[in-house]
Design a protein around this ligand. Structure first.
Ligand code: PNS
Length: 159
């Protein structure tokens, strides 16, 4: 598989996201992690901050790059010349929304296929929202996000 795109809000990225990135990086020649706007969410970190956190987290991978984009995912796909979207699925509750997005993107750009990777079993419960909630009340983020990101997330969530 050539270039695949792993899109999301990544506000902030978690070890669950990084598990999907690591597994996608084994399948594809190149993985582009795309920080996009989810209009139903108000992010805590700016797009630039989310890109910087992701870049720190994926620095060990030669075939992973991180970009931000503020338009439609299909337009980003065309811009980077990729037709494969990677999404992680944690539970049945994720499925309806992800299925809707996959069909929408396929309708907008029929060459696009979305491939779902099941979440790692250790990360079934994990989300960016849970990370922010734990940090807000001073809980430990160990094992939930890369160690290097913990001070940055704590500072923003629990100043
Ligand atoms: O991590 P998230 O918030 O579930 O990611 C959702 C995201 C950002 C991938 C999705 O909202 C998205 O693709 N946003 C870009 C705009 C777009 O193309 N929307 C889908 C068609 S309406």
């Amino acid at each position: 598989m050539k270039t695949v795109v792993y899109p999301g809000s990544f506000d902030p990225c978690t070890n669950g996201h990084l598990d999907i990135i690591a597994r996608a990086a084994k399948l594809a020649d190149k993985v582009i992690v795309a920080v996009l706007v989810n209009s139903s969410k108000t992010p805590l970190f700016t797009a630039e901050e989310r890109v910087a956190l992701l870049k720190t987290a994926v620095s060990a991978y030669d075939n992973v790059e991180v970009q931000a984009f503020s338009g439609l995912l299909v337009d980003f796909m065309k811009m980077v010349d990729s037709t494969v979207i990677i999404k992680g699925i944690r539970a049945v509750s994720d499925f309806e929304y992800e299925f809707q997005m996959a069909l929408t993107n396929h309708t907008l750009f029929p060459e696009i296929e979305t491939l779902f990777i099941p979440s790692g079993k250790d990360y079934m419960f994990l989300s960016s929202s849970i990370v922010k909630e734990i940090a807000k009340y001073g809980g430990s983020l160990e094992g939930l996000v890369p160690d290097a990101l913990i001070p940055v997330i704590n500072k923003r969530c629990h100043p």
